[in-house]
Design a protein around this ligand. Structure first.
Ligand code: AMP
Length: 446
């Protein structure tokens, strides 16, 4: 029996096998879902470098880790992100829970879940909170370089803070992260999209303006014109660009409180020596922002140049049924940071200090003991497993990236020594007493 396969689709039995009874097992080869990538061991060290640097920066600014589920009630995102946004309209992975029919969604971003958690656990009841999280997000976008359906974000959120100082702090955190990673070619855009009443007034002006330019609107813009006209400014549709350029600018019309907030932000950035461009057209893909919006961009990744974006969302908590809670946060795409690092020639390895090759039963036992004694001192050691000649073991040692090979055979067992062979520098091998192996090996560490 063979399964019928339509081009582009795979028929996969629940047990992962499509064998006829009695036939030779021939399991269907499963593949990762399009747009959802594996991070292979050779690639992971750069990811870890990014994640470690981020954890350090979060801690340096007093942000504490908060972990929220990957799956939330669909209503959280519909209400929180806004139903006239790209994300909610067409990018969410939404499904019915088979047990009770609840509509659930794989999180397309982290902020809504974090605010939900803050409300649910009264996190800001006594004092404001700085929190961070990192992990996978899911959006059904057209995959391309730097844009995936499962991607990973670093998120920081300052919950319960009103002033522009935390907005500036978050921008400075990211500047510090770029510095820690050695990232070049990143720049900062900021804007203020004012308060709700500013936006309401501006909204009316925008609708009027684009109604006068109806002939250039595409279908998306037509549909959003009355639902979410601010989003029209985000459009890449070429015929609309001139109308977008001429559109009334929100930042020219924001009220005194939002203006004071924005001036507070720019003053803090100036004082910190952080360069920025005020981009009056900068809006965010999500509905819940007010006042500050910012984006860090790079010219090095083509169309997917946004590496981090954020802003203030003072109205979100109330929208989700909580008490009003001023807040500011950002999200940064890990894949794009890794791409940018690679683009700049960065490499990272996770090689062990030593690879232990051995021949014979007594040597195998000694190899384990020597490796443990090195690990006791905090070193990473790989003990050869799977047999084979010493020659083939040395090939593995070399491929492991280890700084040294430790070779143990009958002679070494008898003498209580280890033969230490440096692998990355031209130096002779030598017999080393077991007690001295760790120190000698460490002297060859990269
Ligand atoms: P957003 O939540 O849309 O503001 O995105 C914040 C950051 O997440 C962006 O600046 C990107 O670095 C990253 N990002 C957003 N969408 C994707 C995606 N589909 N694939 C990879 N990274 C993404």
């Amino acid at each position: 029996m063979s399964t019928t396969e339509k081009p582009g689709s795979q028929v996969i039995s629940p047990r992962g096998s499509d064998t006829a009874a009695g036939g030779a097992p021939r399991a269907t080869r499963l593949q990762a879902v399009r747009g959802m990538n594996d991070v292979l061991p050779d690639e992971a060290p750069l990811w870890q470098r990014v994640e470690d640097a981020a954890r350090t920066v979060f801690a340096q600014y007093g942000y504490r880790n908060l972990r929220v589920p990957v799956v939330e009630a669909t209503a959280l995102f519909v209400r929180g992100i806004g139903d006239a946004t790209d994300i909610v309209e067409k990018e969410m992975y939404t499904f019915a829970d088979r047990l009770n029919g609840d509509s659930l969604t794989l999180r397309p971003e982290a902020t809504a879940g974090i605010v939900r958690a803050a409300i649910e656990h009264s996190l800001t009841y006594e004092r404001p909170q700085r929190v961070w999280t990192m992990g996978p997000m899911f959006r059904h976008e057209r995959p391309q370089k730097g844009r995936y359906r499962q991607f990973h974000q670093l998120d920081a959120e300052a919950l319960g803070f009103e002033g522009p100082d935390v907005d500036a702090e978050q921008i400075m955190m990211l500047a510090r992260l770029w510095k820690a990673l050695g990232l070049a070619d990143v720049s900062l855009k900021i804007n203020s999209i004012g308060d709700a009443d500013d936006r309401l007034r501006h909204r009316a002006l925008l609708i009027e303006h684009f109604e006068r330019h109806r002939d250039v609107l595409d279908a998306d813009a037509e549909r959003r014109l009355h639902a979410n006209p601010l989003r029209l400014l985000d459009s890449k549709h070429p015929p609309m660009q001139e109308a977008i350029r001429l559109a009334p600018r929100l930042i020219d019309r924001i009220g005194a409180p939002a203006r004071a907030h924005f001036e507070g932000l720019t003053a803090a950035l100036d004082a910190a020596g952080i360069a920025y461009e005020v981009d009056a057209r900068l809006v965010r893909g999500l509905d819940y922002y007010n006042r500050t919006v910012f984006e860090w961009v790079t010219g090095a990744l083509g169309a997917q140049g946004a590496i981090a974006g954020g802003g203030r969302y003072d109205g979100l908590a109330a929208l989700l049924g909580g008490k009003p809670m001023p807040a500011c946060g950002y999200a940064c795409g890990i894949e794009r940071l890794v791409l940018l690092l690679r683009e700049q020639g960065a490499t990272a390895h996770d090689a062990p200090l030593a690879y232990v090759a051995h021949a014979g039963d007594a040597a195998a036992r000694m190899a384990l003991a020597v490796a443990e004694s090195l690990r006791d001192r905090g070193h990473a050691v790989v003990v050869h497993a799977g047999g084979g000649s010493l020659k083939s073991q040395m090939k593995r040692a070399d491929a492991s990236g280890a700084a040294v090979a430790l070779i143990i055979g009958d002679d070494e067992v008898a003498a209580g020594t280890v033969t230490l062979k440096p692998l990355r520098v031209a130096a002779p091998q030598s017999a080393v007493a077991v007690a001295d192996v760790a120190a000698r090996a460490a002297s060859y560490a990269a």
